[in-house]
Design a protein. Structure first.
Length: 192
């Protein structure tokens, strides 16, 4: 940066950018836009950047002072910034509607009723219950002896008690005792 650069920019940068802030504030007031403190900080940052851009684009041969050129650049930049803040594209929530909102007709149906979905509540509940039931069955089976598990598997496959006794080569009494243990409250309560 040369000394000529410094002499042009120095007045705007002294005393914590006092002159630049003063010029910026007068432009804000003329624009009539209500601003918060955070907005002022944003615009002062924009003004600081615009100061450098204005210096780089300034041409003294056009017959205007740097101060006039800077003020015009700041006005354009601030107007653009305010326009962009109010642009509808940037307002996301304008068309937001709740999926549970009902229509005005007498049918009282919501938007959610019209959105196709492959989610099946009954299927999900059945799946969850099935998983829980499988865990309970596993606990029940773990409490049975090998012979009782064999009896249970044959019953599930549809064999009659007589056939089961023949396959496992057990007596009627032994079969009855195993069934009694398998049906005992102590074992069956796990399933419920």
């Amino acid at each position: 940066m040369t000394s000529a650069d410094l002499t042009v920019l120095q007045p705007y940068c002294e005393n914590n950018m006092r002159l630049l802030k003063k010029i910026s504030k007068s432009i804000f007031l003329r624009l009539g836009e209500p601003l918060t403190e955070a907005d002022y900080d944003d615009f002062y940052s924009t003004a600081n950047l615009t100061l450098w851009q204005a210096y780089n684009s300034y041409d003294s041969s056009k017959g205007t002072s740097f101060n006039t050129h800077l003020c015009n650049c700041l006005k354009k930049k601030f107007k653009t910034e305010i326009r962009d803040r109010h642009r509808e594209v940037r307002v996301i929530n304008q068309l937001a509607t709740s999926l549970d909102a009902t229509n005005d007709s007498e049918e009282e149906c919501s938007i959610l009723d019209f959105i196709p979905s492959d989610f099946d509540t009954f299927e999900e509940v059945a799946k969850n219950n099935n998983e829980q039931f499988q865990d309970k069955v596993q606990q029940y089976i773990s409490k049975l002896s090998n012979q009782q598990v064999n009896i249970l598997n044959l019953l599930i496959d549809g064999y009659k008690p007589k056939d089961i006794r023949q396959i496992l080569e057990i007596s009627s009494t032994e079969y009855a005792e195993n069934m009694k243990i398998m049906r005992s409250f102590e074992n069956v309560k796990i399933l419920f």
